[in-house]
Design a protein around this ligand. Sequence first.
Ligand code: BJ2
Ligand code: ZN
Length: 632
Amino acid sequence: AVRTVRLQLTSGDDQGWAFIWDYNGRAEQVYYDTMVARWNYNTNLTLENSRKQDEANFIEAHFDRQAAQIASSFDWQNFNNATLKRLFRKITLLGTAVNHIEQAREAREYNNLLTEMRLIYSTGKVCEYHNPTSCLVLKPDLSDCLADSRDYDRLRFCWEGLRDAVGRQLKDKYPRFVELSNDAVRQGVPYWEDTGAYWRSWYETADFQEQLENLYNQLTPLYNNLHAYVRKKLRATYGQDKISATGPIPAHLLGNMWSQSWANIYKLVEPYPGKTSINVTAKMLSDGWTVDRMFRTSGDFLKAMGLIEMPQNFWDNSMFVKPADREVVCHASAWDFYNAHDVRIMMCSNVSMENLITIHHEMGHIEYYLQYKHHPVPFRRGANPGFHEAVGDLLALSVATPTHLQGIGLLDTVEDDNESDINFLMSMALDKIAFLPFGYLMDQWRWAVFNGSITPATYNQEWWKLRTRYQGIVPPVPRNHDKDFDPGCKYHIAANNPYIRYFVSSVLQFQFHQALCQTSGHTGPLHKCDISAGTQAHRAAAGQKLARMLQMGASQPWPDAMEVITGQRTMSAQPIVEYFQPLITWLETQNVGETLGWDESWTPTYDCEAADGFTCADGSGCVRPGDRCDGV
Ligand SMILES: C[C@H](N[C@H](C(=O)O)[C@@H]1CCCN1C(=O)[C@@H](N)CC(=O)O)C(=O)N1CCC[C@H]1C(=O)O
Ligand SMILES: [Zn+2]
């Protein structure tokens, strides 16, 4: 037969695709090796593992730089295929992978600082003043202290101790880290004016900051009503001398080390004691729930929705509980090994409702990894980072409903009345509404640090300006702005993980919930919706709609992904306001006569001796236990 030789007109696109497939195979291998090295270090914080991790990071950064240089040599802006162009754009847009090999010294210094800060965060210890051999670590000791203690001074000890042990140690490392990070992103082609600009570029939204501010302004009334009510209840608990009726709330009284979720003080603010409450930790403990059962329960929900179930390697290789024999990073995390197969969770779990919610959060990440694993590596991301944070929380909105909790054996009876509804919404608000200002302010502070408007000299006081302005909280003890670096005692600052994604997720998860509730045939108030409660056909339809969005990964701009679920292309605060409307109405009646908002000038009383401090002979005021008298 006459062989017809088709002249293969190697248009730019064909050459582009050839590069992509070659790149993708290499990227999977390089990223897998890096993830294994990072996993081995995070689950066993030894110097040896730290060195191997640094080596892998360096190899990956070199691979990314090389790929960017080769990709840039194509005339990719003139490719015909939009997907191919999008892939090339993502490969050429380098971030903090330092671009020029001669900057290797800076790359090593950058990695070393990051490793040091993360190690300090993960191993920080607070020893009892009166028994220095008895020391507490963040997980579980100090977290449990903030969650369970109701002693004003014990809470202050735990709150202050972490900041002395971790924040203060990071203070002198952070400025150099910021400088190196900015140096790196300023060398890209195109370059970024600073690291914050690079991080915001992932949202591909020109007026991103304005949209965020607009959303935040719409949600302020919800927060102010919750804040006023909780402040009143805390005054009743701790006394009117400890908390002002019109001032900010002392930060250590809200049940959480960072005051970012107030769910642990539910019992102090419960609207209708004795009516149904979803504070099911006691029931979990009395029924002998195990950590494994919590993970299986979360997995069962994915299965019920027709989503991809956890592969065997997930159950074999994850770390669900804190090992007894070594130091690990206990902050919960989800891991994609980029080989389209290995996925894991690392978590120091204990049996509690709070941990069950976190498990759903992490499983949501894993589900996304599994749904988009067929894409080339550059598309194996969330449509934007907020999408990735929203998946698990979205599913937890259904799991946390009283009827669903009853269905999984965590509630014996469910009362369908207004008081129980308000109790439920209060529980949800202590998590979701309380979080909003914190989720918003974290990167307001960090973007200002990256663009230089907040300097090392003002790090701490600017941090507290934002914390008081947005969260309406104040430190329980005076801060020493020369020594304290309170932002550093939050994981995402020490480990350099961006944070605005969690604020975006707070909005998106309710938009997705509202849309999937409709698809699942739910009728009635939004807060009573469980997307797994409909008929099999309805449940499948909701699951498939979510899966279709997840399968897109980052292959299309995020409005296209949002449209698949909600039919809309913009973020909207309407669903979260609709969800909490019954509670807002109830709070407004409770808050008649209360001051909404807070007088920023108020500061808590501080009894030096009661706070284990001491006054120096030279009368230089109270010295905190972590300090010494000047000149001694
Ligand atoms: C507990 C949770 N841990 C993060 C998360 O799961 O997002 C971890 C650490 C930082 C990134 N990360 C990952 O796992 C990523 N690999 C996921 C991904 O991007 O694929 C966390 O930090 N949360 C949850 C609510 C608010 C916030 C907090 O606790 O303040
Ligand atoms: Zn997350």
